[in-house]
Design a protein around this ligand. Structure first.
Ligand code: ADP
Length: 450
């Protein structure tokens, strides 16, 4: 397979820049795309070429497949890196790239199809012998059927959108009386967010941990896991802080989960970078939650402890190279990432877009700031308000926490409100320091953390 000569990055913000940095190191020219709201964005300035793709709403710009492909052809890009979000998990886009003779840097469309809808993924995983969260494997047709099923498996249950993502279309139901409103709101939210109102039921696991396994596969069937990420610090089912290694995994459990994650990836003939997400209960039983068929937001913590560049690996795998390892790369030390959002925790985490008047970013040993902004940039209100990911490495977890605190205290953003104080409060919380915090931690300690 020929080497990739030029990469179009079909994304914006920090992840577009993250991908460009590796391209530059590999000597591969980059093409950026941008919407009206991103004319002066950093990813546009950092790319070798940049093309306008449409008005601010992503549906009219970053999500317009034909426009992105047209730019790729025009700019002479022979590959597209989708980042995360936008078109990254869109199987029809992968097929359109194939048709256009452009390499999509990601898994094949068939693997995306197999893992895309949560219900289909659950069926495929059961067939492969991977334990899944107990529940249905088909969307449920009527509310009566759904209620009967919930009563059969017992409350609490989780109603979930089959096409779900980003914590949307998900409702916990504690008892029969709550079922009606939860059912309606899950369905309407699912329809709004995904254009698909199919909902299914999972048993609600009590205070689980979210632990996910990074997998990597080349085109020749070598599939390897690269350890886990603990992502239980969540708000509204969305990750806020991630770390690796997970403080709750024993070496045995890590090996077991890694093996199951590899089995999951192999079952769908996976290629490239992917993440198999699990919920781990109080007895340390683990259950498949979903597979994300792309590079994750939180990939830097894995890069810190393995010393690998996951984007470079994605590009090499897409070029047809073999993985440079055949078994897992043991982690060294500890890494923590915090997500910095333009939002106001004191005002119910309302997004706080606007012009950044002043910006000082942290530095020093073993600190990495994956930022998408600069002083003078106006953070648009059309997209995810995450402006940066701050990640650190240290030999031990305690030192990593101290380093993350230190780095956060160096972060100064003026003009917009950010969640840095909230992040510091999380890192300073005794439950976080203890390491055994579950997915209910941030909600439970809400008032303490504000
Ligand atoms: P999304 O694709 O929208 O991100 P996920 O299925 O990955 O949704 O779940 C996101 C988070 O929601 C999980 O990390 C967990 O905290 C919570 N969650 C999902 N399903 C369950 C469940 N059955 N029981 C308890 N918590 C759950």
């Amino acid at each position: 397979m020929p080497k990739i000569r030029k990469i179009l990055i079909a994304n914006r913000g920090e992840i577009a820049i993250r991908v460009m940095r590796t391209c530059k190191e590999l000597g591969i020219p980059t093409v950026a795309v941008y919407s009206e709201a991103d004319r002066s964005a950093l990813h546009v300035r950092m790319a070798d070429q940049a093309y306008f793709v449409g008005p601010p709403p992503s549906r009219e710009s970053y999500l317009v497949q034909e426009r992105i492909l047209e730019v790729a052809r025009h700019a002479g890009a022979d590959a597209i890196h989708p980042g995360y979000g936008f078109l990254s998990e869109n199987a029809s886009f992968v097929r359109a790239c194939e048709k256009a003779g452009i390499t999509f840097i990601g898994p094949p469309a068939s693997a995306m199809d197999a893992m895309g809808e949560k219900t289909r993924a659950r069926q495929n995983m059961i067939q492969a012998g991977v334990p899944v969260v107990p529940g249905t494997t088909e969307p449920i047709a009527t509310q009566e059927e759904a209620l009967a099923y919930a009563q059969k498996i017992g409350f609490p249950v989780m109603l979930k959108a089959a096409g779900g993502g980003g914590g949307k279309g998900m409702r916990k139901v504690e008892k029969t009386e709550e079922f009606d409103s939860a059912w309606r709101s899950a369905k309407s939210e699912a329809l709004n967010a995904f254009g698909n109102d199919a909902v299914y039921i999972e048993k609600y696991l009590d205070k689980p941990h979210h632990v996910e396994i990074q997998v990597f596969a080349d085109q020749y069937g070598t599939t390897v896991h690269l350890g886990e990420r603990e992502c239980s610090a969540q708000r509204r089912h969305q990750k806020v802080v991630e770390e690796t290694p997970s403080p709750i995994l024993t070496p045995e459990l890590r090996a077991q989960m890694g093996e199951v994650a590899v089995k999951a990836a192999k079952a769908v003939n996976y290629v490239g970078a992917g993440t198999v997400e699990f919920l781990v209960d109080a007895h340390r039983n683990f259950y498949f939650l979903e597979m994300n068929t792309r590079l994750q937001v939180e990939h830097p913590v894995t890069e810190w402890v393995t010393g690998l560049d996951l984007v470079a690996l994605q590009i090499k795998v897409a070029e047809g190279e073999k993985l440079p390892f055949t078994s897992t790369v043991p982690p060294r030390g500890h890494s923590i990432e915090v997500r910095i959002y333009a939002e106001d925790p004191a005002r119910n985490f309302m997004p706080s877009p606007g012009k950044i008047q002043y910006l000082r970013v942290p530095g020093g040993p073993n600190v990495r700031d994956d930022s998408g902004v600069f002083a003078g940039f106006t953070v648009p209100n059309f997209y995810d308000p995450m402006i940066s990911k701050l990640s650190v490495w240290a030999p031990t977890r305690a030192e990593a926490i101290a380093r993350a605190q230190r780095a956060l205290s160096e972060y100064v953003v003026k003009g917009i409100t950010t969640n840095t104080r909230y992040l510091k409060a999380i890192l300073a919380h005794p439950e976080f320091a203890g390491g055994d915090y579950d997915t209910s931690f941030l909600t439970r300690e809400h008032t303490v953390l504000l």
